[in-house]
Design a protein around this ligand. Structure first.
Ligand code: 5RP
Length: 247
């Protein structure tokens, strides 16, 4: 196979950007780790930034921390958390002291779009039930207005798929999320439902009103819209540092 100089340049640039993002995520995870105290029950979000946080946490168990308990927000997180020695507990026994979770978009008021990994229903339950909810993101996730870049993920009962897509289509382009490899067909969530991505294509003016509107559609289980009022801090990672944003 022959590559042009243009293609080589582009693939090197993409590789370099990806490395910067990985570094930035790591910086955010390291900073959030400083908020953890021994014996805490942690709400564990999902995604690649949270995975870095969990791995770093695991390195400290048995040394700096004698015991850490975790309420995972997905099977993916649960498997990793068990592997690194975090004791898994149920939300029906403990509410977390601190939840640490990623996001796809964060605005100035700490409103979020989440659900890039299709885990937002359990994430919202875990994050909202925690004493403190800290968001960890790389710098590319900061936006002035939500809704322009990323679609809004919506978890939908399969039985109601057609009705939900028809109703959502009045608000934007609604598409069922499909697996990108490993399995054919629609993405099936940890709760056995489908994900519909709503490409809103304009700024979200009132996140709570839109969330209520979406949830009023029969068959909508949960949206990826998270209110800023629930978030205590946002930790933003850059390749060389991390900053904590307070309200
Ligand atoms: C999963 C999520 C993730 O937290 C979000 O997609 C961010 O992921 P990453 O840290 O990989 O960028 O909401 O449902």
């Amino acid at each position: 196979m022959i590559f042009t100089i243009y293609e080589i340049f582009n693939s090197n640039a993409a590789l370099a950007l990806n490395m910067r993002l990985e570094e930035a995520k790591l910086r955010a995870a390291e900073k959030a780790l400083k908020m953890v105290k021994d014996g805490m029950v942690l709400g564990l979000g999902s995604g690649s930034t949270v995975a870095k946080f969990i791995k770093l946490l695991g390195e400290k168990i048995g040394y700096e921390f004698t015991e850490i308990y975790g309420v995972p927000s997905s099977y993916d997180t649960e498997i990793l958390a068990r592997e690194v020695g975090i004791k898994i507990v149920s939300l029906n026994d403990y509410f977390p002291d601190l939840a640490v979770d990623g996001a796809d978009e964060v605005d100035r008021d700490f409103n979020l779009i989440k659900g890039g990994g299709g885990c937002h229903t359990r994430e919202k339950i875990v994050d909202y039930s925690s004493g403190e909810f800290v968001v960890i993101v790389d710098y590319t996730k900061l936006v002035t207005r939500l809704g322009l870049r990323k679609p809004i993920p919506i978890e939908v009962l399969p039985f109601a798929l057609r009705l939900v897509i028809r109703t959502l289509s009045r608000l934007g382009r609604a598409e069922i999320r499909r697996c990108k490899g490993g399995k054919l067909g629609p993405v099936v969530t940890d709760n056995g439902n489908f994900i519909v991505d709503l490409n809103y294509g304009r700024p979200i003016e009132d996140i709570e009103a839109l969330d209520r509107e979406l949830k009023s559609i029969p068959g909508v289980i949960e949206t990826g819209l998270f209110y800023g009022s629930k978030v205590s801090k946002v930790v933003v990672g850059y390749p060389d540092r991390a900053e904590i944003l307070f309200k």
